[in-house]
Design a protein around this ligand. Structure first.
Ligand SMILES: [Zn+2]
Ligand SMILES: [Zn+2]
Length: 176
Protein backbone atom coordinates (compact mmCIF):
# COMPACT_ATOMS: atom_id res chain seq x y z
CA UNK A 1 0.00 0.00 0.00
CA UNK A 2 1.30 3.42 -0.99
CA UNK A 3 0.98 6.83 0.61
CA UNK A 4 -0.58 9.64 -1.46
CA UNK A 5 2.07 11.28 -3.71
CA UNK A 6 1.52 14.80 -2.40
CA UNK A 7 1.94 13.56 1.15
CA UNK A 8 5.18 11.76 0.22
CA UNK A 9 6.48 14.99 -1.36
CA UNK A 10 5.52 16.93 1.76
CA UNK A 11 7.32 14.38 3.98
CA UNK A 12 10.43 14.48 1.76
CA UNK A 13 10.47 18.29 1.90
CA UNK A 14 10.27 18.23 5.68
CA UNK A 15 12.93 15.51 5.85
CA UNK A 16 15.39 17.49 3.67
CA UNK A 17 14.83 20.66 5.70
CA UNK A 18 15.41 18.88 9.03
CA UNK A 19 18.50 17.02 7.79
CA UNK A 20 20.05 20.24 6.39
CA UNK A 21 19.24 22.22 9.56
CA UNK A 22 20.92 19.50 11.66
CA UNK A 23 24.04 19.74 9.51
CA UNK A 24 23.76 16.07 8.55
CA UNK A 25 24.87 15.16 5.04
CA UNK A 26 21.95 14.33 2.75
CA UNK A 27 23.36 11.22 1.10
CA UNK A 28 21.59 9.22 -1.61
CA UNK A 29 21.34 6.27 0.80
CA UNK A 30 19.68 8.33 3.53
CA UNK A 31 17.23 9.78 1.03
CA UNK A 32 16.33 6.33 -0.31
CA UNK A 33 15.83 4.89 3.19
CA UNK A 34 13.57 7.77 4.17
CA UNK A 35 11.70 7.66 0.86
CA UNK A 36 10.92 3.98 1.45
CA UNK A 37 9.33 4.59 4.86
CA UNK A 38 7.65 7.82 3.73
CA UNK A 39 5.98 6.11 0.78
CA UNK A 40 4.69 3.05 2.62
CA UNK A 41 1.54 2.65 4.67
CA UNK A 42 2.95 -0.53 6.20
CA UNK A 43 5.19 0.89 8.95
CA UNK A 44 8.06 -1.33 7.76
CA UNK A 45 10.78 -2.75 10.02
CA UNK A 46 14.49 -2.42 9.16
CA UNK A 47 14.58 -5.66 7.15
CA UNK A 48 11.61 -4.68 5.00
CA UNK A 49 13.21 -1.29 4.30
CA UNK A 50 16.48 -3.05 3.46
CA UNK A 51 14.81 -5.47 1.02
CA UNK A 52 13.10 -2.59 -0.80
CA UNK A 53 16.08 -0.22 -0.87
CA UNK A 54 18.46 -2.96 -2.05
CA UNK A 55 16.49 -3.13 -5.34
CA UNK A 56 17.62 0.42 -6.11
CA UNK A 57 20.96 0.48 -4.23
CA UNK A 58 22.76 -2.81 -4.81
CA UNK A 59 25.59 -2.08 -2.39
CA UNK A 60 23.53 -1.13 0.67
CA UNK A 61 23.81 -3.38 3.76
CA UNK A 62 21.22 -4.20 6.42
CA UNK A 63 23.52 -2.66 9.00
CA UNK A 64 23.65 0.64 7.08
CA UNK A 65 19.87 0.68 6.73
CA UNK A 66 19.51 -0.01 10.45
CA UNK A 67 21.91 2.77 11.42
CA UNK A 68 20.25 5.18 8.97
CA UNK A 69 16.80 4.46 10.44
CA UNK A 70 18.14 5.12 13.94
CA UNK A 71 19.73 8.37 12.76
CA UNK A 72 16.47 9.49 11.15
CA UNK A 73 14.64 8.62 14.35
CA UNK A 74 17.15 10.67 16.37
CA UNK A 75 16.59 13.59 14.00
CA UNK A 76 12.87 13.29 14.64
CA UNK A 77 11.84 12.68 11.03
CA UNK A 78 10.72 9.12 11.75
CA UNK A 79 8.64 7.79 14.61
CA UNK A 80 8.67 4.20 15.82
CA UNK A 81 6.18 1.59 16.95
CA UNK A 82 6.59 -1.19 19.43
CA UNK A 83 9.41 -1.99 21.83
CA UNK A 84 13.00 -1.01 21.08
CA UNK A 85 14.47 -4.16 19.62
CA UNK A 86 15.28 -5.70 16.26
CA UNK A 87 11.66 -5.85 15.13
CA UNK A 88 11.04 -2.14 15.70
CA UNK A 89 8.96 -0.57 12.96
CA UNK A 90 9.28 2.93 11.53
CA UNK A 91 6.64 5.54 10.81
CA UNK A 92 6.97 8.68 8.66
CA UNK A 93 3.59 10.04 9.68
CA UNK A 94 4.50 12.61 12.33
CA UNK A 95 0.95 13.88 12.81
CA UNK A 96 -0.77 12.81 16.02
CA UNK A 97 -2.38 9.50 15.12
CA UNK A 98 -3.27 6.01 16.28
CA UNK A 99 -2.77 2.53 14.87
CA UNK A 100 -4.83 -0.41 13.82
CA UNK A 101 -2.67 -3.55 14.09
CA UNK A 102 -3.58 -6.94 12.59
CA UNK A 103 -2.72 -9.75 15.01
CA UNK A 104 -2.24 -12.24 12.20
CA UNK A 105 -0.21 -10.54 9.44
CA UNK A 106 1.12 -7.50 11.30
CA UNK A 107 -0.58 -4.99 8.98
CA UNK A 108 -0.54 -1.49 10.51
CA UNK A 109 -2.76 1.38 9.42
CA UNK A 110 -2.89 4.95 10.71
CA UNK A 111 -6.07 6.62 11.82
CA UNK A 112 -6.80 9.93 13.45
CA UNK A 113 -9.11 10.49 16.38
CA UNK A 114 -9.22 13.72 18.33
CA UNK A 115 -11.19 11.89 21.04
CA UNK A 116 -8.52 9.21 21.49
CA UNK A 117 -5.70 11.77 21.47
CA UNK A 118 -7.50 13.59 24.29
CA UNK A 119 -8.20 10.53 26.47
CA UNK A 120 -8.01 11.39 30.16
CA UNK A 121 -4.79 10.03 31.68
CA UNK A 122 -5.26 8.25 35.02
CA UNK A 123 -3.47 9.88 37.97
CA UNK A 124 -1.39 6.74 38.55
CA UNK A 125 0.25 7.20 35.11
CA UNK A 126 1.33 10.73 36.00
CA UNK A 127 2.91 9.30 39.14
CA UNK A 128 5.08 7.06 36.95
CA UNK A 129 6.24 9.94 34.75
CA UNK A 130 5.60 12.90 32.51
CA UNK A 131 3.07 12.36 29.68
CA UNK A 132 4.06 13.45 26.15
CA UNK A 133 1.25 11.92 24.14
CA UNK A 134 -1.36 9.19 23.93
CA UNK A 135 -1.23 6.58 21.19
CA UNK A 136 -4.01 4.05 20.96
CA UNK A 137 -3.38 0.67 19.35
CA UNK A 138 -6.53 -1.02 18.10
CA UNK A 139 -5.96 -4.74 17.53
CA UNK A 140 -7.86 -7.25 15.48
CA UNK A 141 -7.82 -9.24 12.25
CA UNK A 142 -7.69 -7.18 9.05
CA UNK A 143 -10.19 -7.81 6.22
CA UNK A 144 -7.80 -10.08 4.31
CA UNK A 145 -6.96 -12.15 7.42
CA UNK A 146 -10.57 -12.33 8.51
CA UNK A 147 -11.34 -14.06 5.18
CA UNK A 148 -8.38 -16.45 5.58
CA UNK A 149 -9.34 -17.32 9.14
CA UNK A 150 -12.83 -18.24 8.02
CA UNK A 151 -11.39 -20.43 5.25
CA UNK A 152 -9.05 -22.11 7.77
CA UNK A 153 -11.79 -22.83 10.27
CA UNK A 154 -13.98 -24.22 7.47
CA UNK A 155 -11.10 -26.48 6.34
CA UNK A 156 -10.52 -27.66 9.93
CA UNK A 157 -14.20 -28.29 10.33
CA UNK A 158 -14.29 -30.45 7.17
CA UNK A 159 -11.26 -32.50 8.28
CA UNK A 160 -12.81 -33.29 11.64
CA UNK A 161 -14.18 -36.86 11.98
CA UNK A 162 -17.95 -37.20 11.93
CA UNK A 163 -18.31 -38.01 15.64
CA UNK A 164 -16.52 -34.88 16.79
CA UNK A 165 -18.48 -32.70 14.45
CA UNK A 166 -21.72 -33.98 15.89
CA UNK A 167 -20.51 -33.34 19.43
CA UNK A 168 -19.66 -29.75 18.49
CA UNK A 169 -23.12 -29.18 17.09
CA UNK A 170 -24.65 -30.63 20.20
CA UNK A 171 -22.52 -28.42 22.46
CA UNK A 172 -23.44 -25.31 20.53
CA UNK A 173 -27.15 -26.16 20.82
CA UNK A 174 -26.94 -26.89 24.50
CA UNK A 175 -25.11 -23.60 25.06
CA UNK A 176 -27.86 -21.48 23.57
ZN1 LIG B 1 -4.01 -9.24 8.59
ZN1 LIG C 1 1.54 5.40 12.00
Amino acid sequence: MKVDENEVRRRLGHFEAVVRAAGVRLTHQRLEVFREVAGSLDHPDAEAVFRAVRKRLRTVSLDTVYRTLRLLEDLGVLGTLGPRRESMRFDANLASHHHYVCLRCGLVRDFESADMSALPIPAEVREVGEVHGTFVEVRGFCRACEGKRQEESTAKHQKRPKGQERRRTWRRRSGS
